[in-house]
Design a protein around this ligand. Sequence first.
Ligand code: 13P
Length: 405
Amino acid sequence: MTATMTKQALTEDEALALYTNPETCPADKLEPIPLAEEPAFIAWQRDIPKQYLDMKPEELDVRISHARAKLGERVIILGHHYQRDEVIKYADYTGDSFKLAQYAAAQEKAEFVLFCGVHFMAESADILTRPDVKVLLPNMAAGCSMADMADPDDVYEAWDIIAETLGEDVKVIPITYMNSAATLKAFVGEREGMVCTSSNAGKAFEYAFERGEKILFFPDQHLGRNTAWAAGIALDEIVLWNWLLPDGGLTPEQLKKARVICWQGHCSTHQRFSVEQIEKARKEHPGINIIVHPECRWEVVQAADQNGSTEKIAKAISGAPAGSAWAVGTEINLVNRLAKQNPDKTVFCLDPVICPCSTMYRIHPAYLAWVLEGLLQGEVVNEVVVEGDTRKWALVALERMLALP
Ligand code: 13P
């Protein structure tokens, strides 16, 4: 397979602007454009034939529907809540990252799982499905910049330094957020740790504190801090490991005092939400409910009324009384969909500009048509495969999460 990416160094903000502006990102200009720091897995990306990029939405719709009908139960399509409407309409199952992992683990019939989400979700689905099931990510450039902030070598180095500083008697349990590479899931699996998502991070922390004194949590500092705080841990016992600095920028005393060591990583979409936006929404809409994702900063979560996973946000709004108003701190495709699905309520995004997940946005119906028609012709395009010890130990870490009460 050939790597086909143009080595065009875009900053994340530039890529975001490009991908979310209909002027610069119409369906027919969907060449994958990498971020400045391209994750290694993009090397597996194959060229999407130009004919798919030239197709009108109506033609793509006919071709996708035809391929799905022909493939029948051989394929299931999973769609994360952040996928755009044009993609989510084809999903057999939608959900947050935990629910989609559960679907992948429970599915028995399909030979192929088409994962409309990002790379780490497809990897997890591959680990959780039978070895003969093939998991496909329609566009391999759909990564996660937060996951890329935890480079496995940096994590291994941090782990060794922390162990050396604290000594043998202090047990640290590593927890990785679902938004991480399979190698890191394997790393925690091998060390009594586990994977968590935003819907079960609190329970994962309980599990860890039953087994150890401290937690090393990566890669999202905000989910780590918000979860630790909700578990009753004071802010001065939650420290930040800055992987750009020697010894994470922490003194031995800080490490010894800490109960939770958070990795310096974040989600660029959720970091845009601010307390000022919440104050403005409250001022303009007295009585409004503010709900945010726990990948938002601690002070934003504190200022909100509720926080939770994408599934929790969707359920809270769908189950709310008619006439209620909701300002939401998460990705725009989900917020817009919730607004459409709940016409009897006021639902809007806290960020007045736009806050899409630029990598989720890389899944487009053109890629679905390409991958599905490939399957019809007996060709497996963009398969995500996790093998060997990585698969074995990552499965241990994922199964610990799935077994949480
Ligand atoms: P959820 O598990 O809440 O769907 O979150 C996934 C994610 O990546 C949020 O940025």
